[in-house]
Design a protein around this ligand. Structure first.
Ligand SMILES: CC(C)(COP(=O)(O)OP(=O)(O)OC[C@H]1O[C@@H](n2cnc3c(N)ncnc32)[C@H](O)[C@@H]1OP(=O)(O)O)[C@@H](O)C(=O)NCCC(=O)NCCS
Length: 506
């Protein structure tokens, strides 16, 4: 059974009154060989006085016979419950650098736990290795400072730099948002034109990668090909570790990478389909050129704008798993290609970027709106995840899904009414079967509908996500590299207690 605070606290605790002198308190501690005394007022905790407080008083030349404890104690200290697990007590003490914490039950002091008590437990690690437990999945844990943007889950709001991402998607081009992320500001007309022509000129594959791509494309799905192709690209272009390159050199690499990723993806797709590769066109914007390279036809302005808005909305999104992965890899000083390859791997999972095609598969499986409730109910009762619903950060409507729902309405088509009916039903069924979990549509649900309506094949949904998100990842790589510290957390060992004798080899 797990040890709790009650099992190891010192009880009864040493106590004194706030009106006692420091000398009295010091003698009490010395007699009991304990480094703190709890200050009580009618059985309740009023404060705690520790050896550290006595040292502070001595350093201030306070007269111990006349100074009262109340002046030097920490008033209203944090307290522990006797039923708290020892690990939690350890985390609380070490996180706040406390050495002692009073234990309180029903408002009354019943004991004290000290770092020494915890250390006495053989299986607790030494004080030099103090650790703080954080929630599984790092939920809500701040691991860095960033100026790239943020997600406010309770408000259903997210932004790039200081601008609402939804406003940007409604008012600006993808190239403008790319400029904002890379250069920190939205461009004026002249800067916008020069940035657009700079990135358009960098869409062609370098010769080594172009020669290898058919072999790579024959091996796997376009996202897997992208992962390998980015690795090849970095090697071919001689990208050195971020640790060794200047900010300017890294920016140049990142610009080229983001410009070329759509070409890699579209080429990989066409090669796999047995179609001729379509070369990029320098007279088209990012989204238009991507659709053109995929289909070989000039896309309609409606489809271009829909995909451009989707890409703007998904270009960055806080410290999601793939972005964090990119930053962890960058923190080791590894090169840009290594960071992006890792990010692509993280994105591929269905709990992250792999969901939109599954959401559309689900719509297919449901078939008609009248079958939605039974389908969703059975799936949730069987413990399945409904793809395109729920989010780690959003506990209200995902603002991306709200805008994408509007985009589907603007595009029209057979899926519009049906997908909205399935959304309503799913939200209702989840509210009933998973009460209090606040599960709403996430970006992936309508992303699938938008991409499908614009003629993007299902297995290109996540790659299309990656085409835009590479810009966000690269921005984070540059930020991480600009003031880097190795990201190296710890894990709590929960296996058999070490050291055990090593069995003789038989
Ligand atoms: C995105 C996601 C991984 C976030 O998960 P998370 O923050 O770790 O949330 P949890 O896994 O702790 O889920 C909390 C509860 O809600 C339930 N839940 C979350 N998303 C759900 C979904 N899509 N369908 C059914 N139940 C869901 C979980 O089963 C859990 O219920 P429980 O408390 O009874 O165990 C999760 O919502 C999910 O798997 N969604 C489907 C995949 C998807 O759309 N991915 C794209 C994300 S943009």
């Amino acid at each position: 059974m797990e040890t709790i605070v009650r099992d190891l606290m010192t009880s009864p605790p040493l106590t004194c009154a706030s009106t006692d002198s420091l000398a009295v308190a010091a003698r009490t501690m010395a007699d009991a060989d304990i480094g703190s005394v709890v200050v009580t007022d009618r059985g309740k905790v009023a404060g705690i006085l520790t050896e550290r407080d006595l040292l502070r008083a001595a350093a201030a030349m306070a007269d111990p016979d006349h100074e009262q404890v109340g002046l030097w104690m920490t008033a209203h200290p944090d307290v522990l419950s006797p039923d708290e697990k020892v690990d939690a007590a350890w985390a609380s003490l070490t996180a706040h650098h406390y050495r002692h914490l009073p234990v309180v039950e029903d408002g009354h002091l019943i004991g004290v736990v000290s770092l020494r008590d915890l250390m006495g437990l053989a299986r607790i690690r030494p004080a030099a290795e103090s650790m703080t437990d954080v929630p599984a999945g790092l939920e809500g844990v701040v691991v860095a400072e960033t100026t790239v943007g943020d997600v406010r889950g309770q408000e259903g709001f997210f932004h790039y730099r200081q601008y609402s991402a939804v406003d940007l998607a409604q008012q600006r081009s993808l190239e403008n948002v790319w400029h904002l992320l890379f250069k920190g500001e939205l461009p004026d007309a002249a800067a916008s034109a020069s940035f657009a022509s700079e990135v358009r000129a960098r869409r062609n594959l370098p010769p080594g990668l172009a020669a290898l791509l058919p072999a790579l494309a024959a091996q796997g799905a376009p996202l897997d090909v992208l992962r390998s192709a980015v690795s090849v690209l970095g090697a071919e272009l001689g990208w050195r570790p971020t640790h060794d390159v200047s900010a300017g050199e890294l920016y140049d690499q990142a610009l080229g990478l983001c410009a070329v990723v759509p070409t890699i993806l579209a080429s990989a797709y066409r090669l796999r389909e047995g179609l001729d590769v379509v070369a990029p066109r320098a007279d088209l914007d990012f989204a238009a050129n991507y659709l053109y390279m995929l289909t070989g036809e000039l896309p309609s302005p409606e489809h271009v704008r829909a995909i451009e808005q989707y890409m703007i909305l998904t270009i960055d999104h806080g410290f999601n798993a793939s972005t964090f992965t990119a930053r962890v890899i960058t923190s080791t000083g590894a090169d840009l290609a290594a960071a992006i390859v890792g990010a692509i791997g993280a994105l591929s999972g269905p709990l992250h970027g792999g969901a939109p095609s599954r959401a559309l598969d689900m719509l297919d499986a449901i078939g008609t709106a009248d079958r939605a409730e039974a389908y969703i109910r059975r799936a949730v009762e069987d413990g399945e995840r409904i793809m395109g619903f729920g989010h780690r950060v959003y506990k209200t409507d995902d603002p991306r899904s709200l805008l994408l729902r509007q985009v589907t309405e603007r595009l029209g088509g057979p899926l519009v009414a049906f997908s909205q009916e399935v959304e309503r039903t799913t939200v209702d069924v989840l509210a009933e079967l998973k009460p209090g979990r606040q599960l709403y549509t996430n970006v992936e649900f309508y992303a699938g509908v938008v991409m499908h309506t614009c003629g993007i094949p299902r297995h290109m949904f996540t790659p299309t996500f990656a085409a835009g998100r590479t810009i966000g990842w690269s921005t984070h790589v540059m930020e991480q590299a600009s003031h880097n510290r190795l990201i190296r957390p710890a894990a709590r060992y929960v296996g058999p207690p070490p050291p055990q004798p090593v069995p003789q080899a038989s």
